[in-house]
Design a protein around this ligand. Structure first.
Ligand code: DX5
Ligand code: ZN
Length: 219
């Protein structure tokens, strides 16, 4: 089980302090949401933020690219220090090319699907990826409500891991709290992104622990 706080909900004026706080509070990865205002209706930041935070954490940096033409940005995220780079299936017609480009920089490659995208579309590329991120909200903003129809996709991916002998992590992102994390864990998810639940609190450490406890209780 890995908890990946999303810095989208952190205090950008105190980003280093917030990252150290969640790292000391038991976070396993740092999740970075890059949005371009085209693929999603919101604009955040690019690789410059990964470069800035890289010296301040030993945790893996998990980059979620919500951008059109992700190929344009892969090299700069890799050079900035990303450990995982995930691209949306819906964002490029050349998915294999983009995944190969990520791997060419010795970075782990992830594929992301929106809530309305069927998991069957991943069948031909599943052997290439280190991670599948199942969006449990429509990407663009923190603080949205979990979409329950996505749970069956997690279950299908978990079955594929066993049946096809593939080795990838299943990550969920959006609307994660102590209730929804339990359902995702029971469905087979391994990595849990949480933004507002962790950071919209005076005690992010306690929030991380309560998420971990919810997963342990589901086992
Ligand atoms: C949504 C982002 C998420 C977001 C999650 O577009 O990909 O990572 O920060 O936020 P919460 O946990 O608040 O739903
Ligand atoms: Zn994300």
């Amino acid at each position: 089980m890995k908890i990946a706080p999303s810095i989208l909900s952190a205090d950008f004026a105190n980003l280093r302090e917030d990252i150290i706080k969640v790292q000391e509070g038991g976070a396993d990865w740092i999740h970075v949401d890059s949005m371009d205002g085209h693929f999603v209706p919101n604009l955040t930041f690019g690789s410059i933020v990964v470069k800035a935070i890289r010296p301040h954490t030993h945790l893996p940096i998990d980059c979620h690219l919500m951008v059109e033409n992700p190929d344009y940005f892969i090299q700069e995220f890799a050079e900035a220090g990303a450990d995982y780079i995930s691209i949306h299936l819906e964002s490029t017609p050349h998915v294999q090319r983009a995944l190969q480009l990520i791997k060419s920089f010795n970075v782990k490659a992830g594929i992301v699907i929106n809530p309305a995208t069927p998991v069957s579309l991943l069948e031909d590329i599943i052997h290439m990826v280190d991670l599948v991120l199942v969006m449990t909200v429509n990407p663009g903003y923190g603080g949205q409500s979990f979409i329950y129809e996505t749970l069956s996709k997690i279950k299908t991916l978990d079955t594929w891991k066993k049946e096809k002998g593939c080795d990838f992590l299943i990550e969920v992102d959006g609307g994660i709290n102590t209730t929804t994390i339990k359902q995702c864990a029971e469905a087979g998810a391994d990595v849990f992104v949480a933004g507002s639940y962790v950071f919209n609190s005076s005690n992010p450490e306690e929030r991380i622990e309560s998420l971990k406890k919810a997963v342990r209780d589901s086992a």
